[in-house]
Design a protein around this ligand. Structure first.
Ligand code: PSU
Ligand code: MN
Length: 300
């Protein structure tokens, strides 16, 4: 059986109960362009370390789920010719069994982090219920995994390319607590508010840690902590509206389906906004990594 491979530093931290933060690789390989992705990957790890926690970026390399990528492995994942598949949880068995390499999503990163003994995970945006899911049935596996894996996922909400109201309903049905960080509104990735309220709010890392610790005594599900993009990096609402309309047209026109929808939309946002969306993306994911590390320190 293929074992999970933990880096020495990650294994030591897990064994000694030191704080750790898991980081995903799909955001690097499919969410950010080559060049920019490696820089962000390194800064994410530095941010986690600066708070006193150990970062563990996760991917599947040549059939081995790897928790805590080395600098060389991080470069491999971020390379322009990496050609990595996007692996959700359903894809882990096939990729591992067939000896393939791929980047992990929120769903598969959460599951691997939990197996490795890591309870806190920072990312950018969660997958959710797609617009038109009544017809397409396109609901991200991220939601189903949050329902049954006890990882704290720190993100900036979900993109407005998704059906946000339906996403919140599915989380409620699956008994996943959704917490707003210093906000009463569920954030929408590039925007600080989606217009939908969160059921609970926490105002500091200690409160978040207390909620997570209490939740874990009663439930096996995850917790979603929604941290809005820093105000100074929030995208202009009209620019956002334009990019969204264009992006959705592009996806429909090209007949893009399933797991390719998010990468195609992100690519449009990045090129059509001349990098504004990239700066926003970077700012929010760094902010989430910092907050996740602060909570991991509280939990440890
Ligand atoms: N949202 C983003 N950027 C991303 C993703 C989502 O803003 O890179 C990625 C994450 O890895 C997430 C995945 O877990 O897309 C969800 O994809 P799908 O909807 O195919 O499950
Ligand atoms: Mn999907």
């Amino acid at each position: 059986m293929t074992q999970i491979s933990l880096s020495g530093e990650v294994a030591d931290a897990v064994n000694s109960g030191r704080p750790l933060v898991a980081l995903e690789s799909t955001i690097l390989s499919h969410g950010l362009p080559p060049g920019r992705n490696l820089d962000v990957a390194k800064r994410l790890e530095e941010t986690v370390r600066a708070v006193g926690a150990v970062p563990a970026t996760i991917a599947v390399l040549d059939g081995t789920p790897t928790v805590g990528l080395s600098p060389a492995e991080l470069e491999r994942v971020c390379a322009p010719d990496a050609g990595l598949d996007k692996l959700s949880l359903r894809d882990l068995g096939p990729a591992i069994g067939l000896g393939r390499s791929g980047a992990t999503t929120v769903a598969s990163t959460s599951a691997l982090a939990h197996q490795a003994g890591i309870g806190v995970f920072a990312t950018g945006g969660l997958g959710g219920v797609h617009l038109g899911a009544q017809e397409s049935w396109d609901v991200s596996a991220d939601l189903g995994v949050l329902a049954r894996v006890p990882t704290l996922v720190v993100c900036s909400g979900v993109k407005s390319v998704l059906d946000i109201a339906a996403t919140l309903e599915v989380l409620e049905t699956n008994s996943v607590p959704v917490l707003g960080y210093r906000t009463d509104d569920f954030p929408a990735f590039y925007l600080r508010s989606s217009g939908f309220p969160v059921p609970w709010r926490v105002d500091d890392p200690a409160q978040a840690a207390a909620v997570v610790a209490a939740h874990r005594r009663y439930s096996g599900s995850g917790v979603l902590l929604a941290n809005p993009i820093p105000a100074e990096s929030e995208m202009d609402e009209r620019l956002h509206e334009r990019l969204l309309t264009e992006g959705l047209q592009l996806v429909r026109g090209k007949g893009v389906h399933g797991k390719d929808v998010t990468p195609v939309l992100l690519e449009h946002f990045h090129t059509a906004s001349e990098g504004v969306s990239l700066d926003a993306n970077e700012a929010l994911v760094l902010s989430n990594a910092r907050l996740a590390a602060e909570i991991a320190v509280e939990l440890a």
